[in-house]
Design a protein around this ligand. Structure first.
Ligand code: CP
Length: 307
């Protein structure tokens, strides 16, 4: 296949394995471009991209903006705070007004699961999901997969553990299908109240004991407790969560294995992950952020070829 099978990037579960491989191969080329003194290519010179962030973001927003600039696209940036959304404007009206200014692609983050899919059915522009509610965060899944691939050379047969608030995590929502499609084995660990009931139907196993789960894995992706998505109490306290599910140096030193540690950010240091692990040589966290730019360049470039 010469291009992507999809016109939009809404979810990893929509992608073929060959799509993911193509994105990884293209990102590798763009990573080389990013090492050059002149880090810019003219690939998207005639394309206008709107970055619509209806929910807070640091990494994803900056990473998309930088990826677009490196590809020479024209960009406009919108955040819901300070916009007419506060005056009651609907999502569709907001986006249609922006599209009236002749926008080709929309990168969107929204707190409602399904918002990018809804838009893709109502507007002509191509949509890239930058994280929707508790559903998916596909470019995070891609950059996580690419970072592990760089480290291990292959994802096939790798033991990939995701620790924490799986129930509310769009990162888990994208990492799980990506890792499974690429041949890794996936396990989750966390309090039973934060594990979806259907997890085993996805082909993912559950281990409630953190030490046993860590002994099994090659890579552990540590997630934040997403209090902003909880309408009820799922854990007694953050202190208790940290005691049973926090990843710390003493715990890792008690395991006779050099595990690679990942985190999508933002980190709540001292809750799910201690600083002496997050900032150690075992950590892939800043490589994840670096790879995010090349992955997003690859996604934008490949989707632009599908207009
Ligand atoms: N990983 C991630 O999505 O971070 P931001 O919320 O800062 O974009």
């Amino acid at each position: 296949m010469s291009g992507l099978s999809q016109r939009h990037l809404i979810a990893i579960k929509d992608l073929e394995k060959s799509d993911i491989q193509l994105i990884f191969d293209t990102a590798k080329n763009f990573k080389e471009v990013l090492q050059r003194p002149i880090k810019k290519v003219p690939s998207l010179r005639d394309i206008t991209i709107a970055n619509l962030f209806f929910e807070d973001s640091t990494r994803t927003r900056i990473s998309f903006e930088l990826a677009e600039k490196r590809l020479s696209a024209d960009t406009i940036n919108f955040s819901a705070s300070g916009s007419s959304v506060k005056k009651g404007e609907t999502l569709l009206d907001t986006v249609n007004n922006i599209l009236a200014m002749k926008v080709d692609m929309v990168v969107m983050r929204h707190s409602s699961s399904g918002a990018p899919q809804f838009l893709s059915k109502h507007i002509p522009a191509q949509i890239i999901n930058a994280g929707d509610g508790t559903h998916e965060h596909p470019t995070q899944g891609l950059l996580d997969g690419y970072s592990v691939l760089e480290q291990f050379g292959s994802l096939k047969g790798l033991n990939y553990l995701i620790i924490g608030d799986i129930k509310h995590s769009r990162v888990a929502g994208s990492d799980i299908p990506l890792m499974l499609k690429m041949g890794a084995k996936v396990k989750v660990c966390g309090p039973p109240t934060l594990i979806p009931k259907y997890i085993e139907e996805l082909g993912v196993s559950y281990e409630p004991n953190l030490k046993k789960a860590l002994e099994w894995c090659d890579v552990a992706n540590v997630l934040r407790i997403q209090l902003e998505r909880m309408d009820t109490k799922f854990i007694p306290s953050l202190r208790e969560y940290s005691l049973y599910y926090g990843v710390n140096r003493a715990l890792l030193d008690s395991i006779n294995k050099n595990i690679t540690i990942m985190h999508p950010g933002p980190i709540n240091r001292g809750v799910e992950l201690d600083s002496d692990v997050a900032d150690s040589k075992q950590s892939l966290i800043l490589q994840q952020v670096e790879n995010g730019v090349a992955i997003r360049m690859a996604v934008l470039y490949l989707l632009a070829g599908r207009v």
